[in-house]
Design a protein around this ligand. Structure first.
Ligand SMILES: O=C(O)c1ccc[n+]([C@@H]2O[C@H](COP(=O)([O-])O)[C@@H](O)[C@H]2O)c1
Ligand SMILES: Cc1cc2nc[nH]c2cc1C
Length: 347
């Protein structure tokens, strides 16, 4: 693994203190903008700027297939991954709608879809045609896991160089809640039953089957939970690795990361494991319905901003939360102070 992935600066505590004092001079009762105030301070610390902007957002959607779908762990057929990629490229998916709504840059990356796709707007960075079925073989090789992280890293640098002021990571991959749950079982040490959920919508019986597939897979693969590359290679996914690399790049460039749902948070945990400072640059946007998400968030040490009952992925939860994060930046930049507006301070 190349060294640059680990080169993440610490956040600027001094700027945070200055912004905190400045926020207290704005025309509102002290502390009355609650978590928006915390967000404004965090963003300043991340960007090392008193008046940071998060506009425009950059959205990267990584798509890949999962061999574990052969075991019947998803409510939808594997072909949906490829079909949804075409939907993204034609502008019809939820992430397209929300990206347009917030004026975001949006890139769709094939990092491991199981079929060949042809579209002028598709970024083709296929590492392999889907992962192996990790009940029976490793999902991928170590080299492929590292390559997928590098691709994510490069795509992130590219969209940041095009002007993205914050980064939203999205994913599309039928079967990826199974891979994510397998990784989380190892990282958390929690019972598999406690973290497996419905994903795209399997029944209670389906969940039992998914639990047993994960249990048997972990016995068969025996990944080293202290080694994130081993976790990705043995039971992970290419889109998960891509998001991990993209987060490491954003953090290294002091660009705030808007973490989406369950799968995205697993990528965040892997990024943090590779480089602990990375989590200083993460804002968790929402609480997914997937039960493992709460467990993953407690490991990440972050509290979500919203709970909208989402379980879609694609980066959608992060995109719909973006306006709130933007409000935090505009509040600092545009509000009058008690002094400038001639408003009386607290008694
Ligand atoms: O982001 C989430 O919290 C989330 C929760 C459940 C499902 N998903 C999406 O659904 C797909 C994975 O679900 P499954 O059931 O096929 O493992 C994948 O494309 C994800 O984007 C996403
Ligand atoms: C239709 C569909 C869209 C998705 N987007 C992300 N995961 C998805 C899963 C399905 C099934």
């Amino acid at each position: 693994m190349t060294k640059h992935l680990y080169n993440i600066p610490g956040k600027s505590i001094d700027i945070g203190k200055q912004v905190s004092n400045y926020i207290n001079s704005l025309t509102k009762p002290l502390g009355s903008l609650g978590r928006l105030e915390e967000l404004a301070i965090s963003l300043a610390e991340m960007k090392n700027e008193s008046f940071p902007s998060v506009s425009p957002a950059g959205v990267l959607v990584f798509a890949a297939d999962h061999g574990i779908t052969d075991e019947g762990v998803s409510a939808y057929p594997k072909a949906v991954t490829e079909q949804m990629v075409l939907n993204f490229l034609n502008g019809g998916a939820a992430i397209n709608v929300f990206s347009r709504q917030i004026g975001a840059l949006l890139n769709i990356i094939d990092i491991g879809v199981a079929s060949d796709l042809d579209h002028s707007d598709l970024i083709n960075k296929k590492v392999r045609y889907g992962t192996g079925n990790f009940l029976r073989e490793d999902a991928m090789s170590r080299e492929e896991a590292e390559k997928a992280i590098e691709i994510g890293y490069e795509e992130s640098i590219e969209i940041i160089n095009k002007g993205a002021q914050c980064l939203i990571l999205g994913e599309m991959g039928i079967g990826n809640t199974t891979a994510s749950s397998a990784i989380l079982a190892l990282l958390s040490g929690k019972a598999i039953e406690a973290l497996v959920g419905t994903g795209t919508g399997i029944t209670e019986e389906g969940i039992q089957h998914k639990v047993s597939v994960i249990k048997q897979s972990l016995q068969n693969r025996n990944p080293d939970s202290s080694d994130p590359i081993d976790l990705i290679a043995k039971v992970g996914g290419l889109e998960i690795a891509g998001m991990t690399g993209a987060m490491l790049a954003a953090a290294s460039m002091r660009v705030p990361i808007l973490v989406d749902g369950f799968i995205c948070t697993i990528a965040a945990l892997l990024a943090k494991q590779l480089s602990p400072n990375a989590s200083d640059y993460m804002i968790v946007t929402h609480q997914s319905v997937e039960p493992g998400h709460q467990i993953a968030l407690s490991l990440l040490g972050k509290k979500p901003l919203l709970d909208l009952g989402l379980r879609l992925g694609e980066g959608t939860g992060a995109a719909v939360t973006y306006p709130i994060i933007q409000s935090a930046t505009l509040m600092v930049k545009e509000m009058a102070t008690f002094e400038s507006a001639g408003v009386s301070q607290k008694n």
